[in-house]
Write a protein that binds this ligand. Structure first.
Ligand SMILES: CC(C)=CCC/C(C)=C/CC/C(C)=C/CC/C(C)=C/[C@@H]1[C@@H](COP(=O)(O)OP(=O)(O)O)[C@]1(C)CC/C=C(\C)CC/C=C(\C)CCC=C(C)C
Ligand SMILES: [Mn+2]
Length: 312
């Protein structure tokens, strides 16, 4: 709900707004939420505010009202973004992000870029090449890394270039989104007529667009077609490479950010293992990481966060 002109966002109202952001994060993204528990309270609240803005942005094109969303609605959402960075939030959840942007050196551009990624979803349902897909991954996921970096911070004793750290951060966003895409191939094709995997790569493996839209089970056995297995093996190898590229940057983050980021990295990467374990059937099965495996991964992530690479 919009607030009256001139309303002052302060104290209790802001506390409530952040509390709501925390609730939404814990409900929709338990692992991210858990990760924020190791940060100091100001950082945790800031990540919740960013999370909620990202979730609301994604909901515009993927949520229950998605079929009614027009480019105009995204223009309006972008105006709200500009206003909230200008200190004039529209509602209390926006106000939490306004406050976050005043406390941390957030830049507005990754937020704008994410909206641009959602605009792509409104008009584009096929990607010809990996370069095109990479651009989409940057917009909807690499941007998340850029939004979070100023909140998480860099290891204080690190005196090197920032570029490798940011490269690693972008790699993690890309890896996560490629993983999302590989997990959801069937759902995206059947329910949304969307194909994110590059068409020229499908073609290289002798797979047509039409086959992908109907599912690639072998007609006699019902198991996966070998062309699809080989194609998926290639896609998974590339996604794993992005996770590996991200690893090098985690030790360069401020100590309290390392555990959450290792957790996100290790847990998301396991979705790729789960796709393999399903014999690459991402048409009739949804790859997921069981709760017990998540629980085992958290101490592993913690140990990695404590031990820099050279002592691991
Ligand atoms: C040096 C180094 C490695 C630094 C780390 C930098 C960093 C913090 C990277 C985080 C990268 C990250 C978590 C990316 C999220 C990617 C993602 C899941 C994007 C989703 C897009 C669209 O997906 P789709 O519609 O295909 O999928 P669904 O079926 O809808 O899931 C998004 C949904 C875009 C919106 C993103 C979010 C809602 C998640 C935002 C998350 C945070 C702000 C929390 C990050 C916090 C921690 C602790 C990592
Ligand atoms: Mn989505």
């Amino acid at each position: 709900m919009a607030v009256p002109r001139g309303f002052k966002w302060s104290g209790g109202v802001l506390d409530q707004a952040y509390e709501k952001c925390g609730q939404v994060t814990s409900e929709y993204a338990k692992t991210f939420y858990l990760g924020t528990q190791l940060m100091n309270p100001a950082q945790a609240k800031a990540v919740w505010a960013v999370y909620v803005w990202c979730r609301r942005t994604d909901e515009l094109v993927d949520g229950p009202n998605a079929s009614k969303i027009t480019p105009k609605a995204l223009d309006r959402w972008e105006e709200r973004l500009e206003a909230l960075f200008d200190g004039k939030p529209y509602d209390e959840l926006d106000a939490a992000l306004t406050d976050t942007a005043a406390r941390f050196p957030l830049h507005i551009q990754p937020f704008r870029d994410m909206i641009e990624g959602m605009r792509m979803d409104l008009v584009k349902s096929r990607y010809e090449t990996f370069d095109e897909l990479y651009e989409y991954c940057y917009r909807v996921a690499g941007t998340v890394a850029l939004m979070c970096m100023p909140i998480m911070g860099i290891e204080p004793s690190y005196k090197g270039q920032l570029e490798p750290v940011y490269r690693a951060a972008l790699a993690l966003g890309t890896a996560n989104q490629l993983t999302n895409i590989l997990r959801d191939v069937g759902e995206d094709a059947y329910q949304r007529n969307r194909i994110y995997v590059p068409l020229d790569e499908l073609d290289k493996y002798g797979i047509s667009e039409k086959e992908l839209l109907t599912g690639l089970h072998a007609p006699t056995t019902g198991s996966m077609d070998d062309r699809w297995r080989n194609f998926m093996h290639f896609q998974i190898t590339r996604a794993r490479q992005y996770f590996t590229d991200a690893e090098g940057g985690v030790d360069l983050l401020a100590p309290q950010a390392r555990w959450p980021v290792w957790s996100a990295l290790i847990l998301y990467r396991q979705i790729l293992d789960a796709i393999e374990a399903n014999d690459y059937d991402n048409f009739s099965k949804r790859a997921y990481v069981p709760k017990w495996r998540k629980m085992v991964s958290l101490p592993v992530a913690y140990t990695r966060a404590l031990l820099p690479a050279r002592r691991r």
